[in-house]
Design a protein around this ligand. Structure first.
Ligand SMILES: NC(=O)CC[C@H](N)C(=O)O
Length: 226
């Protein structure tokens, strides 16, 4: 199983992502620096979290214009699964591979805690290891996680079953519209999510709720009981 992790200056979750992919597949992922223009053959491409280019301009805005993102867009257009976590989600939105935008948290504070997520759609290629309506744990750590989409786009996301994860919390951590924590593109092969599933992969992390996202994407998932 071949996985690839995209590296950009300022990311800080790349090592966690590499470790998670190695644990799950038994093989270290390839890494591709942002100046590269081609990706190795991959069963899954991941853009990890952090603060690419210092979150200058807007989180993900500069990274979205780096050479490697053209190769990511080409792979996505060919149907290769692409996962963006946190800053990766921001980059995918800024690159136009996912609709909407991630704005500053409504509290104007960095939020770092565990949240509960509802699996809204377990029929995507990233969530088939869960059951519809299942509630999972996942940590968040961001200041720009406030997902926004205009009314038409939001309706398209709802009608197209593109909302994969919603915050299942009394108050969502960032003010995201419709409690959206993660969405897929219309083709279903690009997932962006603010929470960090790579940090709940093995019992030593305190839980394994994040694992099924990777196993689903890589076709390794048996359904986890709800
Ligand atoms: N952990 C992360 O990826 C942080 C994401 C981001 N740059 C933010 O703070 O909003």
């Amino acid at each position: 199983m071949n996985t690839t992790v995209v590296l950009l200056p300022g990311l800080n979750r790349d090592r966690d992502m590499i470790a998670a992919l190695k644990t799950i597949t038994g093989k270290a992922p390839a890494t591709v620096w942002q100046t590269e223009t081609a990706l190795p053959k991959s069963d899954l491409v991941v853009i990890p979290g952090g603060f690419s280019f210092g979150d200058y301009l807007r989180a993900g805005a500069i990274a979205a214009r780096s050479p490697v993102m053209r190769a990511v867009a080409e792979a996505a257009a060919k149907g290769v699964p692409v996962l963006g976590v946190c800053n990766g989600f921001q980059i995918l939105c800024e690159a136009g591979l996912l609709p909407g935008a991630l704005m500053r948290n409504t509290t104007l504070r960095f939020v770092c805690r565990e949240v509960k997520l509802e699996v809204v759609n377990a029929r995507t290629r990233f969530s088939s290891g869960y059951a519809n309506g299942q509630v999972i744990r996942c940590p968040v750590a961001h200041h720009d996680g406030n997902y926004f989409a205009d009314e038409t786009t939001l309706q398209q996301l709802i009608d197209g079953d593109q909302i994969v994860f919603r915050y299942a919390e009394a108050t969502n951590p960032n003010g995201a519209i419709n409690d959206i924590a993660g969405i897929v593109n219309a083709a279903g092969n690009v997932l962006g999510m603010m929470p960090h599933p790579e940090n709940l992969i093995e019992p030593e992390h305190g839980g394994t709720d994040g694992r099924a996202i990777f196993e689903s994407a890589l076709g390794m998932a048996g359904r986890i009981a709800a």
